[in-house]
Design a protein around this ligand. Structure first.
Ligand code: HEM
Length: 467
């Protein structure tokens, strides 16, 4: 029997198979056409960068999932800059810049309008909190409603909370010393940061009391790590976190124990937000604003939909997940570098002894802030810790952003990476050397250094917890 001609063989196939073949063919043609468009006519086609990343965003996804430590996309971006210069197209839609002098153009304040790029806004799983808010104007209003709650004056009112938690931290250190045991200080420092900010943000009922419960503190640390590990997934699939929060708890526990704690905290925040709504009208005067951040939101002139339980819980979660671990990681870096550099430690002790002869005595913030060496040590710790390793893309919807000879078209997502800037050898001689002297006002480079000191970012989207 001879072979059937192609047209006859095609006709003899079942119709579902033919449709499937058409579908696959269309997908392949669409992908090829899209890649050709992105490499030739796309508004970013002229920008330097590898052809592969310009053609598809899946390369980033592939590296983040499979390439392993030291090979993720963040490292690939550094290599792209080494090869292509300070401005690189890192995926079909986004430009990444490695030029410290461009920082204030991108992360501008004042009248500049900056929207957040949605995949970056959604990494926390809180699209309606200030961190996740995309639109510039909406972000301004939501942020203005709570910024007073994180002002220096407001934090100072809770000095008692800080003192109480520091006592608990010292107890943990003393016990470890007595028992002669090693201590992973990231755990108690995370507990300190989280307990202080939970109580400041949510009131006494909101404290997680991690400093009193070591096992819970260890689990919370694992949860934070789990959250960070989920970042590449959530960046590609923004629905994952909101979806996970709605699943039955037994499914989440079976999938990931640490994530279960995150979800239970998220649900607890919803309960607290609902409780705040229920009692808000019965409160009076300062009580209406102060008991916790939910009451501050309810007292603001935000619109009704911004005062709903779901949004307020997201705001609470954004604050909690942004506060504890950043504090813990900066303080761990400070602890390490102070002890790894004995002359730094000696000078610090001498300075502190002058204002605090009794190490167990109390001291006020203004006195501490006036100490030049302590201030310099903290600034250098924040620089060298280089906490934020994820790029932060923003979009300028109405403006061309000028970067060297390039004009980046309006609405293009443009990013920079803080950790690269804080450790850039062109800005900081010997960047990995812990040198608090950089931050003494007597240093001739002090003003220049301050210009590049941006651990909390700048502009409209800078850290609300900076004080
Ligand atoms: C050493 C400690 C901290 C560092 C280095 C730090 C750093 C940063 C940075 C770089 C950003 C901008 C992130 C981005 O745009 O992708 C940010 C945003 C933010 N931080 Fe912090 N942070 C610290 C502590 C805190 C604390 C204690 C809080 C608690 C209130 C906090 C709450 C926030 C919030 C809510 C945002 C989002 C602000 C917005 O989008 O308007 N941070 N932080």
């Amino acid at each position: 029997m001879g072979a059937l001609p192609f047209s006859r063989a095609w006709e003899s196939l079942p119709s579902t198979l033919i449709m499937l073949a058409w579908f696959v063919g269309l997908c392949i043609s669409y992908t090829i056409a899209l890649a050709i468009y992105r490499l030739t006519w796309h508004p970013l086609a002229q920008f330097p960068g590898p052809k592969l990343t310009a053609a598809t965003g899946w390369y980033e996804c592939f590296l983040d999932f499979f390439a392993g430590p030291g090979e993720t996309f963040a490292f690939a971006i550094e290599r792209m800059h080494e090869r292509y210069g300070p401005i690189v197209r890192i995926n079909p839609h986004e430009i990444h810049v490695s030029d410290p002098d461009f920082f204030d153009t991108l992360y501008a304040g004042g009248s500049a309008r900056r929207d957040k790029y949605p995949p970056a806004a959604h990494v926390q799983g809180t699209p309606d909190g200030i961190f996740g808010t995309i639109d510039h104007q909406t972000h301004r209003k939501r942020r203005a409603a709570i910024s007073g709650y994180f002002s220096k004056q407001s934090i100072m009112q809770d000095q008692g909370i800080v003192d109480e938690k520091i006592e608990l931290l010292c107890d943990i250190f003393s016990k470890a010393k007595r028992d002669g045991k090693e201590l992973n200080i990231r755990v108690p420092l995370l507990a300190l940061g989280t307990d202080v900010f939970c109580q400041h943000t949510l009131g006494s009922q909101g404290s997680m009391d991690l400093l009193k419960d070591w096992d819970r503190a260890v689990t919370w640390r694992k949860s934070i790590i789990a959250l960070l590990h989920w970042t590449p997934i959530v960046r590609q699939f923004s629905w994952v976190m909101p979806f996970a929060v709605e699943l039955p708890m037994w499914i989440i526990k079976a999938a990931n124990k640490e994530l279960a704690l995150v979800v239970s905290i998220f649900r607890d925040l919803r309960r607290q937000a609902a409780a705040a709504i229920a009692e808000h009208d019965s409160l009076e005067g300062d009580q209406k604003v102060r008991p916790n951040v939910f009451h501050t939101i309810l007292s603001s002139n935000l619109q009704a939909h911004d005062k709903e339980v779901k949004r307020m819980a997201q705001e609470g979660f954004a604050i909690l997940s942004a506060s504890g671990d950043t504090i813990a990681r900066s303080m761990t870096a400070a602890m390490y570098h102070i002890h790894a550099n004995p002359p730094v430690l000696k000078r610090l002790k001498e300075e502190l002894k002058q204002v605090m002869p009794d190490p167990y005595g109390k001291i006020d913030l203004a006195t501490l802030e006036a100490l030049p060496w302590l201030t310099a040590v903290l600034k250098e710790s924040l620089r060298i810790a280089a906490l934020i390793t994820t790029r932060a893309p923003l979009q300028a919807p109405t403006e061309y952003l000028k970067c060297g000879e390039w004009a980046i078209p309006p609405d293009t997502p443009v990013s920079m990476t803080l950790s690269s800037l804080m450790l850039d050898p062109k800005v900081w001689p010997e960047p990995m050397k812990f040198t608090p002297e950089r931050w003494l006002e007597s240093n001739p480079e002090y003003r220049r250094n301050m210009n590049y000191f941006v651990p909390f970012h700048r502009g409209h989207r800078n850290c609300i917890g900076i004080k």
